[in-house]
Design a protein around this ligand. Structure first.
Ligand code: URP
Ligand code: ZN
Ligand code: ZN
Length: 479
């Protein structure tokens, strides 16, 4: 399929430019005016619209087996919903059970993901440690194109990584040129608070945020950052939800440490009052970790994105329906944790970010696509509109409107945390691998048409860190 996008405004790499874009054989072949293209080229008129890199959601959990159940959204339905919202790539998580062989888990997830209709890649969680884990990390980096490893500092007695696991895994990541990432919440604190609250008779969803206070996140963020600092490896904190954790990131960055922070569309726009809803189903539908927070944290997160101390936006898309959430009817700690958003992330960020003047369209592209591509080392193949980049493109109509609702969304879940929100600014077309996947409300998402994206090990950052470490050592020897 060849596509020519005419008359649009390209937004990419910090610039806007009026030019046409020609895609063929899944890559961008030419950008300019009056391009000569073959007769059978499909022409899209993007007059009055932005032509932007397709969204990259760096944090999703399709069909995740978790808390005794399995997330309802699979790789096909989830990536299709993403395409309808302008997202052309997800980075999902392989999460081995403790003691499970990493390669076995990786191949299980890889098989599940074959039905994806957008592009996909994997972070791999390190949930235990021994010499086979160390060896498998090398295989994953060098043969499978995995360049990031995840550490859940929460979920005690399940997938929690303690300091010993983190120290070993961060050190190994440095050797391999891979990025450690963390879910930063102190799992022991959460576990103890959950027990205390249940003993006090607080069993409903209102107990969920009480068991996961901002301090539990800040402590873990600080610990992850300090472990990374001692080892000399960069670190990426997923779903930063509090001003307190953001402060830890900001301080480390101002000291020259390479620390990156992601925040979720949900944490920016939904506050903790949802847990006080007396309707169990509605309150439980919002149970995710870290929980939605008080409005002052939301304000801080917006500023974190504006200041560049947070670089990426994601959704943590992890769908559980009402009957699954009912497992925690008498004990909030048993409500499967997770909420959706892969379809809505870009529209809600445009509406509340660009339309309010918080972000320029160029900054919107950075926080929804390019920064994730850079941090996870696939830029400019992804996250950019350049000749030679993959043809993953969203044509964005700033005038299109809709009201978000679970009744009309494509996501395979019975609830939408943005229910009733009016958005202005939506994709009119989504192109993935040079193929039109979504056009004016119609999804053409063929099962299995997505590609697995290998992400190479980081050389430049890690070489710079090595140089810095060598210099420091030389200086200390001289003294
Ligand atoms: O509540 C959440 N976030 N569920 C998915 C697992 C995780 O912590 O990311
Ligand atoms: Zn998490
Ligand atoms: Zn997650």
């Amino acid at each position: 399929m060849s596509i020519l996008i005419k008359n649009g405004t390209i937004v990419s790499d910090g610039q806007q430019k009026n030019a046409d874009v020609y895609c063929n054989e899944s890559v961008i072949k030419a950008i300019g005016q009056d391009l000569e293209v073959p007769d059978n080229t499909h022409i899209i008129d993007a007059q009055g619209q932005y032509v932007m890199p397709g969204g990259i959601d760096p944090h999703t959990h399709m069909q995740l087996p978790f808390m005794g159940t399995v997330a309802t959204e699979d790789f096909y339905t989830g990536t299709a919903a993403g395409l309808a919202g302008g997202t052309t790539m997800i980075i999902d998580f392989v999460i081995p059970n403790p003691q499970q062989n990493l390669m076995e888990a990786y191949h299980t997830w890889k098989d599940w993901a074959e039905k994806s209709c957008s592009n996909y890649s994997f972070h791999v969680a390190i949930t235990w440690w021994d010499e086979t884990v160390k060896a498998d990390m090398k295989t994953l980096v060098e043969e499978e194109g995995v360049n990031s490893f995840k550490h859940f500092m929460a979920y005690k007695n399940a997938i929690m990584a303690d300091d010993e696991i983190m120290y070993n895994s961060f050190s190994r990541s440095l050797e391999l040129g891979a990025m450690p990432t963390c879910h930063a919440e102190n799992g022991e604190m959460v576990f103890q608070l959950q027990k205390q609250l249940i003993d006090q008779g607080i069993t409903g969803p209102e107990g969920h945020p009480l068991s996961r206070p901002p301090a539990a996140e800040a402590e873990a963020a600080n610990r992850a950052i300090k472990i990374a600092d001692v080892i000399g490896v960069p670190v990426y904190l997923v779903h930063v939800s509090t001003e307190d954790a953001l402060d830890e990131i900001t301080r480390a960055r101002s000291n020259g440490q390479r620390v990156y922070g992601e925040c979720l569309a949900g944490h920016l726009l939904v506050d903790e009052s949802v847990y006080l809803d007396t309707n169990f189903e509605r309150a439980a539908a919002h149970v995710m970790s870290p929980p939605f927070r008080a409005p002052e944290h939301q304000k801080a997160l917006w500023k974190g994105l504006q200041s560049g101390n947070l670089q990426t936006t994601a959704t943590d898309h992890c769908c559980f329906c009402a009957e699954q959430k009912a497992a925690g009817k008498d004990d909030f700690s048993k409500i499967p944790n997770g909420t959706a958003g892969v379809e809505d992330r870009m529209a809600v960020l445009w509406t509340h970010g660009v339309s309010t003047g918080k972000f320029t369209p160029e900054e919107f592209v950075d926080i929804t696509s390019s920064n994730a591509a850079k941090i996870f080392n696939i830029h400019p193949r992804k996250g950019s509109i350049q000749v030679g980049s993959d043809a993953d493109i969203v044509i964005w109509d700033p005038e299109l409107t809709k009201t978000i609702s679970a009744k009309t969304h494509h996501q395979n879940i019975d609830f939408n945390i943005f229910e009733g929100m009016e958005v202005k600014g939506l994709p009119s077309y989504t192109i993935c691998n040079g193929v039109l996947k979504y056009a004016n409300g119609e999804l053409m998402a063929e099962i299995g048409s997505g590609q697995y994206i290998k992400r190479p090990a980081f050389r430049s950052i890690f070489n710079a860190l090595q140089k810095q470490a060598d210099l420091n050592e030389a200086k200390s020897v001289k003294r």
